[in-house]
Design a protein around this ligand. Structure first.
Ligand SMILES: NC(=O)c1ccc[n+]([C@@H]2O[C@H](COP(=O)([O-])OP(=O)(O)OC[C@H]3O[C@@H](n4cnc5c(N)ncnc54)[C@H](O)[C@@H]3O)[C@@H](O)[C@H]2O)c1
Length: 371
């Protein structure tokens, strides 16, 4: 437990657009934490970001940066290949860790990270951002309060278009990222599916690389990861589902990204859609009602004051003024209380990604996912 009057001293490793869009504004909105340093690979980028956000120091040396004399906690927001080394160093030095998804390029690394976190007692978080969005929070509440009854099947689709070029991108470099969309987007959907319906006992997958990508900056050869995947899952509660993630889709919307969820059960049906522009809606129909499904009003306590008209404004408000995820982690660290989803959940998701990758390399058949 930390001193109540002194803000948690946080360092952020990774100085890309993502630190700028998510972490720095979220910490700035929370009085319980202060970002005391940034660490990146390029001094000019780290300095520019530190100047923008009034962060007192920056570094390009992560070993020197992860100093428990200066930091209580660290955010690891770097490319996947560096997550393990940074997280292990931070844990070994007694820091609390928020580490980006997917945890690592492979399961062995993710398991080592989760084990070390358990040994040190650090408060950890893996930021599966989408569970915090109001539509998904409402779906979770409806499931937990029996709207669909016994669940039959869950279909979730994540369509986006960042793979629709031919440029080199570490996310599609097997040696650096392990998997492509399965790790990058599938990790989110696997976590949300587990959060909604519980343990996944079997998983299968078919995948493809629709876009051929250019060479590495240093021209060395590499194996290209999938940019589209369709997972089939079975849950311990008997439900089954399909989780589709594609970064090669054209949706034609402002952000070229859409999320859809359908859930059928014995007592009702839920549909949720988020077009990442103006539409973020949950509809439903109970088994004893005439259809079609009607829009269900997302309760005010779930909006928690967030703007509703533009999805990106909702997104900003949920994670900044609303204090979801980053703020929850800060509060948990200060209280000395574990929080979900932690590194153990990140490793479980990694296990499922690894099985999906194995299944896709074969004939797509279901593999036993029980650990
Ligand atoms: N949770 C989410 O919704 C979400 C959204 C976007 C990105 N991410 C995750 O954030 C991570 C970063 O993604 P990105 O799009 O910012 O990638 P990116 O390639 O744009 O940026 C990576 C950053 O990490 C830095 N970096 C890499 N290795 C480093 C090291 N050893 N020491 C210091 N800095 C190092 C780079 O300099 C760069 O600033 C990934 O794990 C990604 O999956 C998560």
């Amino acid at each position: 437990m930390t001193n109540e009057s002194i803000p948690l001293r946080v360092g952020i490793v990774g100085t890309s657009w993502w630190a700028d869009a998510m972490y720095l504004p979220a910490f700035a909105a929370h009085s319980g934490a202060s970002v005391v340093g940034l660490c990146g690979r390029t001094a000019a980028t780290a300095k520019a970001l530190a100047d923008t956000w009034d962060v007192p120091c920056f570094s390009v040396d992560s070993d020197d940066f992860l100093d428990p004399e200066r930091l209580d906690a660290v955010v690891v927001a770097t490319s996947t290949d560096s997550h393990e080394e940074l997280t292990m160093t931070a844990l070994d030095r007694g820091l609390h860790v928020l580490c980006e998804k997917p945890l690592a390029p492979d399961l062995a690394a993710a398991d080592r990270m989760a084990r070390r976190a358990a040994e040190t007692g650090a408060i950890t978080l893996v930021p599966f951002t989408y569970r915090y969005m109001p539509t998904n929070q409402f779906v979770k509440r409806l499931v937990d309060t029996g709207y669909v009854g016994a669940p039959f099947h869950l279909n979730m689709r994540y369509f986006t278009g960042y793979a629709r070029d031919h440029d080199y991108n570490w996310r599609f470099d097997q040696a650096l990222a392990g998997s492509g969309v399965l790790g990058d987007l599938g990790s989110h959907w696997l976590h949300v599916a587990r959060w909604l319906l519980g343990e996944i006992t079997h998983i299968g997958c078919v995948s493809n690389s629709f876009y051929q990508r250019g060479p590495r900056p240093d021209s060395t050869p590499y194996e290209q990861n999938e940019d589209s995947a369709l997972m089939t899952v079975r849950f311990a509660n008997g439900a089954h589902g399909s989780l589709q993630v594609c970064a090669a889709s054209w949706e034609g919307t402002e952000f070229n990204q859409t999320h859809h969820l359908d859930l059928h059960g014995a007592d009702g049906t839920i549909y949720a859609v988020n077009d990442w522009s103006n539409l973020q809606q949950v509809s439903g129909v109970r088994a004893d009602q005439p259809g079609p499904a009607q829009v269900l009003e997302i309760p005010n306590d779930i909006w928690n004051g967030a703007r509703r008209d533009r999805v990106h404004d909702t997104y900003r408000d949920v994670f900044r003024a609303g204090g979801a995820m980053v703020g929850d982690w800060v509060d948990a660290v200060r209280a000395g209380q574990p929080i979900e989803p932690d590194l153990a959940e990140g490793a479980m998701v990694q296990h499922l990604i690894e099985l999906a990758t194995q299944s896709a390399a074969g004939d797509g058949r279901l593999l036993d996912a029980r650990r």
